[in-house]
Design a protein around this ligand. Structure first.
Ligand code: EPZ
Length: 418
């Protein structure tokens, strides 16, 4: 079992490069099922969620291998297989395979994907979308049986701009003859990346990132070489960590437009922010003032995945912050852990009132999800004394060698195997 041991108090200084986006790689790897060819994906980060997605592709007779930061996928001999419970429990993004299998084979059988600590995470919007296009779906004994032989292109209106449902639908419709329109889609940059990836394989998708996506189905998709976008959530985490611990950090390889909501909030706190082409520089040389109100919303507003790291910053800022989590029903697992370290936080339903304290104290804490874990690492680097973080495997799902990255910036942080 591994833990992270941190001695807090150091500021963070230096430069850090961001890897490819976990939340773009996952749907793009699933979409590779659609093509009959070889795919080369650049900027591959070595994350446990992606290793599991490779395992799922393997069950479909799709071979993958990694060379440095490049992932090679061979979909030429893909087969339609049942995606079993043991696989779908490991990573929720396994649900993306459903849309890809329906697109490629017009049928699929998949176990319900795992929920996780942040909420129930239903897939009703995914299934309703497929039914709207004529897919016959039977849900029984924990499995979803999909029969898509009569599916036709058409218009789908999403009840909520679900990221996963938008991506699943994109994958299925891009090889469905005719024009499919998605209204009220999610607008996250990862959706645009998936559109660009599908089009690089010969697809015809337009409008990702806007209120209406128009998909003209093609007969088949060919192999491609594609550079996946950088991870905007990891970039935002590094910026929030620097604001929390103090220091001067240059985050490289990012599109600052993807973090505009975070930067707008941080500019209220008196930290200095400079933006260049693909770099964001942040300087924080004194205690920052609180942000009065923070609300998580679908893109382009403040992302739920940065809510926990933002809460850590607000825990040590000057003043009071009211933070509202509107996306997931149970994403305050980190509150109890931060309070163990001396944070002053009161929650009611999905709202947290955070009164900034002068200092945090090191403690034994447990990550409840990957972003909560990232928030606790930040708190440990800020706190007085030692902090030990448990459930490090959750952090490894979305952050590659987090301790090495922060140690390079001056943090006193080690991974301990016990
Ligand atoms: C994606 O999850 C991300 N995961 C999440 O990142 C991210 O937090 C989330 O989008 C929101 O931005 C990946 O991309 C792999 P949703 P997803 O469908 O697709 C409800 C991380 O930390 N909903 O937009 O599951 C759902 O319960 C992870 O990297 C339904 O009710 O998010 C939630 O309340 C965590 N029915 C809300 O919509 C559905 O059919 C947003 O979910 C689908 C979703």
């Amino acid at each position: 079992m591994e833990t992270l041991k941190i001695f807090g108090g150091n500021t963070l200084n230096g430069e850090i490069e961001v890897d490819g986006s976990k939340n773009s790689f996952l749907p793009i790897m699933a979409a590779s099922v659609l093509c009959d060819g070889e795919i080369v994906l650049k900027r591959y980060p070595n994350l446990s969620d992606l290793i599991i997605m490779r395992e799922i592709l393997g069950t479909l007779n799709i071979s993958t291998h990694v060379d440095g930061k490049t992932l090679y996928i061979d979909s030429r001999n893909s087969e339609n297989k049942k995606i079993t419970h043991d696989l779908t429990q490991k990573v929720r993004a396994s649900i993306f395979i459903l849309g890809a299998l329906l697109g490629k084979f017009r049928s699929a059988v998949i176990a319900y994907p795992g929920g996780c600590n942040i909420g129930e995470r239903p897939i009703d919007i995914h299934l309703k979308s497929f039914r709207t296009l004529g897919c016959r779906i039977i849900e029984r004994h924990g499995y979803i049986y999909c029969y898509g032989e009569n599916m036709k292109a058409g218009e789908v209106v999403l009840d909520f701009p679900s990221v996963g449902a938008t991506e699943s639908l994109l994958m299925c419709a891009c090889v469905l003859e005719g024009e499919t329109i998605i209204r009220n889609p999610a607008k996250e940059p990862e959706i645009v990346d998936l559109q660009e990836f599908i089009n690089s394989m010969g697809g015809n998708v337009k409008g990702a990132g806007t209120d209406k996506i128009v998909i003209n189905g093609v007969k088949s998709l060919h192999g491609t070489t594609f550079s996946v976008m950088y991870d905007r959530i990891v970039a935002g985490t590094y910026l929030l960590a620097t604001a929390t611990c103090g220091g001067h950090v240059l985050v490289k390889g990012v599109d600052s437009r993807h973090n505009s909501s975070l930067l707008a909030y941080l500019r209220q706190t008196a930290c200095q922010i400079d933006v260049f082409n693909d770099k964001i520089e942040l300087k924080a040389d004194k205690r920052l003032s609180s942000i009065k109100r923070v609300t998580t919303m679908p893109y382009p507003f403040f992302p739920t995945d940065l809510q926990a790291p933002m809460m850590t910053l607000q825990s040590v800022s000057q003043g009071v912050c009211f933070l509202e989590e509107t996306i997931f029903e149970n994403r305050f697992g980190h509150v109890f852990e931060l309070k163990k370290m001396g944070a002053d936080i009161i929650t009611k339903n999905r709202i947290a009132m955070i009164r900034g304290v002068d200092r945090l104290f090191g403690a034994d804490v447990t990550a409840t999800d990957l972003r909560a874990g990232a928030a606790l690492v930040m708190a440990g680097m800020k706190a007085e004394g030692y902090t030990t973080i448990h459930n490090v495997d959750l952090i490894d799902r979305g952050y590659e060698k987090i301790e090495e990255k922060y140690a390079l910036l001056g943090a006193d942080i080690k991974r301990i195997t016990i």
